[in-house]
Ligand binder design. Structure first.
Ligand code: GLN
Length: 485
């Protein structure tokens, strides 16, 4: 094969590793070299523990030699830096956790290690996963490999950029309101948020616990499906884990588009969608119609309150989750006057602006006087939204829409307009509200920048959503990788 190792899909690498055409060490070295060549420009990784990576690769090769390991044995996977890794710093891109080294592995990391998948460095994010551009990281900017003046999206921007720049074939992100799907769309990748509870959250540093979900990024649906299988399944350490088998991939390629029924909500086709994104999305729909897909506009009125509702529920949960960072139990510890002074100084210095703003909003909407007016109200709207989606699923296989209303925007462009930044998530938030499986796949380019198409389905239908995404991917024009170094 003439393609360099770093440009190959995870599925191809896995096959070649199993066939002894390459070793896990060669694969790891090729990707480390690629990181050295491209990451000074991209800035995807916060930590690259080369010794641990090579040790993991050697362990994977030993498994392959014994005929053991999972289907992705020996394949490198980038890890978002809010997923706990034993012995390797896990910072959430926050000064508060700058020197925190977890004494345990998240369940997803344990699963990767057990199957010989190589944990390949920790990727940049918006601090505590709060943001849409990666610009809220306390440590560095991450740039979009398609155009280095633009954002990769967020909050899992590092995990998207490293796959788009071919530094790794796969990575893990987390998605609370769109943080896997939106950066996937902006970087021309496949990004999947599985059903809430199908992938354990144990060891994912919590943001909005009722919304958070770990999921994969890849350059093809097949690669994303393989990693979904590797990380999913019941976990007794996560009280919201679903008692289901891991996500199966055996029927991935046997779906057909003919007769497929997709609903397209009017409320997701608003004027907020950039004309170029709309045009690319609509030409993708035309291709799908030619393949026999029926696409029907529907109305899901509560979607218009999605962003507002999310910005009550997510900060409420965040304010409670982030209370644990008090300078006593984890990370940074600064001195002030007395106990309260210590806590105030640590949190005052340790958290960035966006995190503090969310803690204040969250504390406000949960306070005795306002709880019913805001939090209870938001939960009612959330329930309504879930009902509307569930009744749509009775008549349709899935809901389709653009993933992001815009292509990748310029770094700094929305810095002074937090409202505009937050509105970018209006297409992705409903799936988190309902815990629905939702995937973004590349739909084509607009002005040389990628546009994403999103499919969302009923709870537990992860296999079906992946199967539909695979069929759609075959019908759509292939998205190239950005030209880099
Ligand atoms: N952009 C959204 C926010 O800022 C979603 C983040 C996420 O999914 N982690 O909260």
């Amino acid at each position: 094969m003439s393609q360099p190792l770093f440009a190959q899909s995870a599925a191809d690498l896995a096959r070649r590793l199993r066939a002894r055409e390459v070793s896990a060490t060669e694969v790891a070295e090729a990707h480390l070299d690629r990181v050295s060549a491209t990451d000074p420009q991209v800035g995807a990784f916060l930590t690259m523990p080369r010794d641990e990576v090579m040790a993991d690769a050697a362990a994977a090769q030993a498994m392959l030699d014994r005929g053991e390991g999972g289907p992705l044995c020996g394949v490198p996977v980038g890890i978002k830096d809010n997923i706990s890794t034993r012995g390797v710093a896990t910072t959430c891109a926050s000064k508060l956790l700058e020197n925190y080294v977890p004494p345990f592995d998240a369940t997803v990391i344990e699963k990767l290690r057990a199957q010989g998948i190589v944990c390949f460095g920790k990727t940049n994010l918006d601090e505590f996963a709060m943001g849409t551009s990666c610009e809220n990281s306390a440590f560095q900017l991450t740039r979009n490999p398609w155009d280095l003046d633009r954002t990769p999206g967020g909050s899992s921007g590092g995990s998207a950029a490293c796959v788009a720049a071919q530094q790794v074939p796969l990575s893990l992100g987390s998605d609370t309101g769109g943080s896997i799907r939106l950066p996937a769309a902006l970087c021309g990748l496949v990004g999947f948020k599985p059903t809430y509870g199908r992938v354990s959250r144990y060891g994912l540093i919590a943001f909005g616990s009722s919304l958070d979900q770990i999921g994969p990024f890849g350059r093809t649906v097949e690669d994303v499906a393989l990693l979904s299988e590797a990380i999913s399944g019941y976990d007794h350490l996560d009280s919201t884990s679903l008692d289901r088998h891991p996500i199966q991939t055996n029927a991935l390629k046997s779906g057909s588009l003919r007769g497929l029924k997709l609903a397209i909500p009017d409320q997701l086709m608003t004027d907020e969608i950039q004309p170029g994104v709309r045009a690319t999305f609509e030409s993708a729909l035309d291709l799908l119609r030619k393949e026999g897909v029926e696409i029907t506009p529907v109305s899901l009125p509560s979607i218009q309150y999605g962003v507002t509702t999310y910005y009550i529920i997510a900060p409420a949960e965040a304010s409670s989750n982030l209370a644990r960072f008090d300078g006593i139990r984890y990370g940074l510890r600064l001195e002030g006057e007395g106990h309260i002074g210590n806590v105030a100084t640590t949190r005052g210095e340790g958290f960035g602006h966006e995190v503090k703003a969310r803690i204040m909003i969250g504390t406000y909407v949960l306070s005795a006087g306002y709880y019913d007016a805001y939090y209870t109200r938001a939960q009612q709207v959330r329930a309504l939204m879930v009902q509307e989606f569930e009744s749509t699923y009775r008549d349709f296989d899935a809901v389709i829409s653009p993933t992001s209303p815009s292509v990748a925007f310029r770094l700094g462009e929305l810095k002074d307009n937090p409202m505009a930044m937050k509105l970018l998530d209006f297409c992705t938030i409903p799936a988190n509200m309902g815990g629905f499986p939702s995937i973004s796949i590349p739909a084509g380019l607009s002005d040389h920048l990628p546009v994403g198409l999103q499919l969302t389905g009923p709870i537990g239908d992860d296999e079906r959503i992946l199967q539909l995404a695979y069929a759609l991917e075959q019908a759509l024009p292939p998205t190239p990788s950005p030209a880099m170094g």
